[in-house]
Design a protein around this ligand. Structure first.
Ligand SMILES: NC(=O)C1=CN([C@@H]2O[C@H](COP(=O)(O)OP(=O)(O)OC[C@H]3O[C@@H](n4cnc5c(N)ncnc54)[C@H](O)[C@@H]3O)[C@@H](O)[C@H]2O)C=CC1
Ligand SMILES: N[C@@H](CC=O)C(=O)O
Ligand code: NA
Length: 820
């Protein structure tokens, strides 16, 4: 024998009842005997309570609500029952409703609604639904009859939540089932007292009925049929990747339901659990799905965490003070007073110093709790031994749950690390010694992000998702987008990393999509539906979205986003950028960005600031971290200038070469940043700072190579006009160097005294800088360890592909950091 219970939604309409009938008909055909417990049609129980309240308050509209209740049932009958059989069913329903009307009239006249009357009122919901279902099944060839549980389930007379007399009930149930072959459609939730009065079984009452019948009949399994695919790993409305669990232990199910998973209400299932009867949660609307088995074993040994549950709204109340330390009886007084005041505590934590006791309550109980404690500890507070009670609002609890967490180190560490990396502060922690549940209290605004981050860490370890915000889709940004598009499949299948570009912008438009933009489209199409863009607006929206595992990629050339880096980092969002401005403007801002990243434990990466994709900053940081001392840095740090002077030979026009460099993507958007020496100055300043020198931009000496007229030109086009006029000047310098067997190179130096200079030098052919080709950069580090033979890094140091690739690598580094 199996007991099947169908909840309100499953029997909420004719269509749904039809679905239930299909399931039951399959059982009947398979020869498996079942007892069926049903709830009232969805919404009916609430309406019955409401109709009672209206009548009791003398509100005549109770009559229209009664009509509404009637019509829900009559509509179902008309849709389900053939016309020739309808009159019998309708007659039954009308009879019941007449009774209901009489009772309501009594309530209306007396203006009194006792718990006793409320139980009778509510009983009509199940009485009507079970009758209609039994009639329909019979019509469909499944011989069935209604069993009004009041005939067999005996309780005491505590209305609103009566206690079951199991001895009487069990024998009445077994006797009844021994006498009938028909499928019994049992009213859930209701029972009767010894004197024959209608009682109800309290919250989750229909589940309770199923458990009572299951236990009495020694059922092999109790199936709880609902409208979801069993118990999910977490709330699927918040975490779209949540999925249903195969198996849970009774205890795990208990924990899950306590913290939000409302699929079952395990306390009511105790009679079945005591007898070790398996429970299975199934979906009426997806009957081929096996659902979740709830049994004595947790199963899935390799899953330490089985679910993540949460309570969205709670408040924390804290009692603290020196007067609590080492004083026995404090907690008993505290909890006793709260219990007398009817406050229920959701979580309790006390540090071993005994200086504070913190507990979580429903927000509506916070003020009352404070009042109760202030009364209880009035004397201690007056003498200053106990501090004023603190209440923190707008908090949530989230809990990881699983029997297999016990004795397994590292699980809590994973929880805290994922929250920490996502900038989620923990206000309180509780873990029972059963290690079944680790609960943390966090700010409500972070709940969505936290649930998603934790779900990924604990359940999607073979798939991680990084949320990428891309500001600037110019040369570098767009190249990066193309590289990401081309590599997406590899990252997904080989590295289990999904890059979710959730925000993108150029200077005109910005667009966001939490589930990911379609980066297979050209950038203009991606941005087509976007709103007007601004760096501030983009960053504000990014912070507001508050997504887990976020990274901000700044591929702009200006400073409007740079000003916001500190704020972004302080909001626990990692940054990667080729933009050099943050690291090469005021020392104060550079240090503040570094500090913000450190404080929040997030990444601020900018390898492409120097030498584009070449590893320069990383190796320098490694030298420093490992205790080396940088003595001198020399470098060709501009890809543009390197290309120009490597290529410049007799018969060429310098201005044409600059145009070529721009075309090839080596130059800054305004090539004067390169030729004017600003770009190289920024880079040597960044290297100096990374080497440990606290320098300002004004500490770098740049010997200009461009005539003033070029620098003063209004636009880039005007600049090129002026540059043409300077062609002879450049040719003259080149020719003079050539006569001496030398070549011109724009060299950046940080010398032994920490002096940084950028100047155009003529180097002879024995100098390593002489032989550079193309856009090669070369950085020469002389250090205590690399003293006789310096450390040399050389390779293409500008260009869209190599730069974008450097940024891409950093996005993946951040992904690995966040997700592992
Ligand atoms: N070209 C190269 O080889 C290298 C370039 N870089 C750096 O890469 C960065 C990007 O350079 P490019 O792509 O050449 O510049 P670009 O001018 O082609 O692109 C900049 C993009 O940023 C957008 N933008 C500007 N302000 C914006 C704002 N406030 N909000 C949203 N979008 C905004 C523009 O619309 C454009 O899409 C620069 O900081 C540059 O110094 C770094 C290393 C190498
Ligand atoms: N314009 C820069 C690009 C890299 O930072 C250069 O030419 O080096
Ligand atoms: Na680099």
């Amino acid at each position: 024998m199996k007991v099947l219970k169908f909840g309100g939604t499953s029997v909420g309409s004719a269509k749904n009842i039809q679905q239930v009938a299909n399931i039951l008909s399959d059982y009947q055909q398979s020869g498996q005997r079942v007892a069926v417990v049903v709830s009232a049609m969805s919404g009916i129980t609430n309406k019955l309570i409401e109709v009672g309240n209206r009548a009791a308050s003398g509100d005549e509209t109770y009559k229209s609500l009664l009509k509404d209740i009637e019509s829900t049932h009559l509509t179902a009958i008309r849709e389900l029952i053939e016309v020739r059989r309808q009159s019998k069913t309708i007659a039954f329903v009308k009879l019941q409703l007449n009774d209901l009307e009489d009772i309501l009239r009594g309530i209306f006249l007396l203006k009194e609604l006792s718990l006793r009357s409320l139980d009778i009122l509510q009983s009509f919901g199940e009485r009507l639904s079970s009758y209609i279902i039994a009639e329909f099944l019979t019509q469909e060839g499944v011989p069935a009859e209604q069993l009004d549980a009041r005939k067999v389930v005996r309780t005491n007379s505590v209305f609103g939540g009566a206690k079951v007399d199991f001895v009487t009930t069990n024998s009445a149930i077994t006797k009844h089932f021994a006498e009938t072959d028909k499928m019994q459609i049992v009213t859930g939730f209701i029972a009767s007292s010894e004197s024959g009065e209608t009682t109800t079984l309290g919250r989750g009452g229909s589940d309770y009925t199923a458990a009572i019948f299951g236990a009495a009949l020694n059922a092999t399994e109790i199936e709880i049929w609902t409208d979801v695919d069993g118990v999910m790993t977490t709330d699927p409305r918040v975490v779209p990747t949540a999925f249903s669990l195969q198996q849970l232990s009774y205890e795990e199910a208990m924990e899950m339901s306590h913290f939000g998973a409302k699929v079952i209400y395990p306390p009511t299932l105790q009679p079945a659990i005591k007898k070790n009867i398996d429970l299975r949660i199934r979906n009426t609307f997806n009957p081929s799905f096996p659902g979740t088995l709830v049994t004595s074993k947790s199963g899935q040994e390799d899953w330490p965490v089985k679910g993540i549950s949460s309570i969205k709204e709670i408040a924390l109340v804290t009692l603290s003070g020196s007067g609590l330390i080492g004083v026995p009886g404090v907690s008993s007084r505290l909890f006793g007073a709260l219990a007398r005041g009817g406050v229920s505590m959701i979580l309790i934590t006390q540090a071993s110093s005994e200086h504070t006791i913190t507990f979580a309550v429903a927000p509506g109980d916070a003020t009352e709790s404070k009042k109760i404690i202030e009364e209880e500890f009035f004397n201690e507070m007056a003498s200053g031994k106990v501090n004023p009670v603190e209440v923190q609002n707008n908090l949530s609890i989230l809990a990881i749950i699983g029997e297999n967490m016990a004795h397994r180190p590292g699980v809590a560490a994973k929880l805290f690390s994922a929250l920490g990396k996502n900038g989620v502060n923990i206000a309180a922690i509780a873990q029972g010694s059963s290690e079944l549940n680790v609960s943390v209290v966090i700010e409500q605004k972070h709940l969505h992000k936290s649930l998603n981050a934790l779900h990924e860490i604990f359940f999607l370890s073979d798939m991680a998702e990084l949320n990428v915000f891309m500001l600037g889709l110019g040369l570098i940004g767009n190249t990066l987008l193309t590289q990401m598009r081309d590599q997406a499949e590899y990252l997904l299948t080989e590295r289990n990393l999904r890059l979710n570009v959730v925000g993108a912008a150029n200077s005109k438009k910005m667009i966001f999509n939490e589930t990911g933009l379609d980066i297979s489209l050209p950038k203009d199409e991606i941005l087509a539906e976007g709103e007007t863009s601004s760096a501030a607006g983009f960053v504000e929206k990014m912070i507001e979205m508050n997504l887990p595992n976020s990274v901000f990629v700044d591929c702009t050339a200006g400073d409007s986003a740079v000003k916001l880096y500190e704020k972004i980092l302080l909001n626990s969002i990692s940054i990667t950028t080729p933009n050099k401005i943050a690291n090469s403007s005021s020392l104060d801002y550079y240090l503040r960005c570094q500090a913000a990243a450190k404080r929040r434990g997030v990444k601020f990466l900018y390898e492409t600031n120097v030498g584009a994709g070449l590893p320069v900053i990383g190796p320098l940081q490694d030298l420093k971290r490992s205790g080396d001392k940088i003595i001198k840095i020399e470098g060709i740090l501009s890809g543009t200038l390197s290309y120009l002077f490597n290529t410049f030979s007799a018969g060429m026009k310098f201005s044409e070469l600059v145009k070529d460099a721009k075309e090839m993507g080596y130059t800054e958007p305004d090539p004067r940043d390169d030729l004017g020496g600003v770009d190289v100055a920024r880079k040597i300043l960044i290297l100096a700072r990374e080497a440990g020198y606290h320098m300002e931009p004004s500490d770098v000496t740049v010997k200009p190579i461009l005539p003033q007229a070029c620098m003063d030109a209004e636009s880039v086009d005007d600049f090129f006009v002026e540059l043409e006029k300077a062609n002879d000047l450049f040719e003259k310098q080149r020719a003079e160097a050539e006569i001496d067997g030398k070549a011109l190179r724009m060299v950046a130096t940080l010398d032994e005294e920490g002096k940084a200079t950028v100047s155009l030098e003529a180097v002879d052919n024995s100098h390593p800088f002489h032989g550079l080709v193309g856009s090669d950069n070369m950085v020469v580090f002389t250090s205590r360890r690399y003293f006789n033979e310096p450390l040399v890094i050389r390779g293409p140091g500008a260009g869209a592909e190599v730069t974008a690739a450097g940024v891409f690598a950093e996005i993946i580094t951040i992904g690995n950091f966040l997700i592992n």
